[in-house]
Write a protein that binds this ligand. Structure first.
Ligand code: ISJ
Length: 388
């Protein structure tokens, strides 16, 4: 197998299991080893657990890294790394080996049926603040390889799109299981904190990017004028403003979204900036308050979570959760864990979801989720998700 030069460190034993990587356009973080684990718990107690962790004298970096699962009531997986590592001290194989798309769960047809059932429920929902207004429904694709899949090779391939944040996050596994990671390339910032300044940059309302400049311009204009997509987007911005408002003395968001493009997608995006009233509110607390936003869950949160449980035939695990870091000062970055795969042994599970509102059309949501698989599909070189 040919080797690519100087891409990512191995740790001292050459083990990749505990390597964490978060490469944002403006900041690169890589760590290796696990010094101590944060006691696991739900999103609501994350801020308190992190504060307790850092208030206890200990050796090792003043840093916690890891992932929150989609379900805010399920256990998260954060740990203090052994070392912050300098990227570029090792080599990686250039290839992921032979991969085939093995199974869709659910099939495109079953996904369309679930979207149709969801639309019917949204249309039947009574008017009022508590009524179900949006549900994000996802589907999965299992890919199999001829040999164990190296998550860092996949991340390097995903990193060829400079507009996204690539990540590799070790996931908890049972004692008899092979190591597992969440590997992805997200365009979406859940929340970032530096001192008192808080930034969130949600996306919702999407179209496939074609690569043809005139057609992409047309799609961009259509997206920025689409009542359905602006509504889907507004619900996310409102939820984030509602979450941040009690914590901020100043909070600003432009009245209309702008366009954010990745190599494969066009998204409506809004950059929200706030100033914390209390500088002791950490990025972990903020992530715990905001997650899951209606970009990945729906509105209102609890009925949307229930609809997802009822309509999706799989457990999301850490897909549509959050990945990131927080330090002892409370600063940190948390990204929405989308455009990703759970990698374990010879297999990976890809996930893609789309926001459903009362006027969504099932066939268009099938296409939107197929387009959202493209980032991963391009990286692993599988052209057609239906090919087996
Ligand atoms: C849920 C996903 O993406 C989210 C849903 C979007 C939408 O519905 O338009 C856009 C970006 C993300 O917030 C995903 O990629 O799996």
């Amino acid at each position: 197998m040919s080797a690519a030069p100087l891409l990512e460190p191995r740790d001292r034993t050459g083990d990749v299991a505990s390597l964490f990587r978060l490469h944002a356009p403006d900041r690169r973080l890589a760590t290796d080893g696990i010094h101590a684990r944060l006691p696991a718990g739900p999103a609501a107690t994350l801020g308190q657990r992190v504060a307790t962790f850092f208030s206890t004298p200990r050796s090792g970096p003043d840093l916690l890294v890891g992932a929150l699962p989609f379900d805010p009531h399920a256990d998260d997986a954060l740990y203090q790394p052994a070392r912050v590592s300098a990227p570029g001290t090792g080599t990686l194989p250039a290839s992921l080996g032979t991969l085939v798309a093995a199974a869709e769960l659910p099939s495109a047809g079953a996904y369309a049926d679930a979207v149709a059932r969801c639309v019917a429920a949204l249309q039947a929902a009574p008017n009022g603040a508590d009524a179900l207004r949006k549900v994000v429904l996802a589907r999965g694709l299992r890919i199999e390889g001829s040999a164990p899949i190296d998550p860092h090779v996949l991340a390097v391939k995903l990193g060829s799109d400079a507009s996204v944040t690539t990540y590799v996050v070790p996931l908890p596994v049972k004692a008899d299981e092979a190591p597992a990671w969440l590997v992805g390339a997200t365009p979406e910032l859940l929340v970032s904190r530096r001192g008192r300044t808080v930034v969130s940059h949600p996306l919702a309302g999407s179209a496939r990017r074609t690569g043809d400049a005139a057609e992409d311009r047309r799609r961009t204009d259509a997206l920025l004028a689409s009542g359905k997509d602006l509504h889907e987007h507004r619900l996310v911005v409102e939820a984030i403003l509602d979450g941040l408002a009690p914590l901020c003395s100043r909070l600003q968001a432009p009245p209309r979204p702008s366009l954010q493009a990745t190599a494969t997608m066009l998204h409506l995006a809004t950059r929200i900036i706030g100033t914390l009233k209390d500088p002791d509110v950490s990025s972990a607390t903020l992530a715990g308050v905001l997650h899951p936003t209606p970009a990945v869950c729906g509105t209102p949160r609890l009925p949307a979570l229930q609809a997802i449980r009822d309509l999706e035939p799989f457990d999301r695990g850490f897909y549509a959760g959050a990945v990131g870091w927080t330090d002892a000062s409370g600063d940190g970055d948390w990204y929405v864990a989308i455009r990703c795969a759970r990698v374990q042994g010879n297999a990976m599970h890809l996930f893609a979801g789309a926001g459903i509102v009362a006027d969504s059309q099932p066939a268009l949501e099938v296409d939107e989720t197929a387009a959202k698989f493209m980032a991963l599909r391009n990286a692993i070189g599988i052209d057609d998700v239906r090919a087996v």
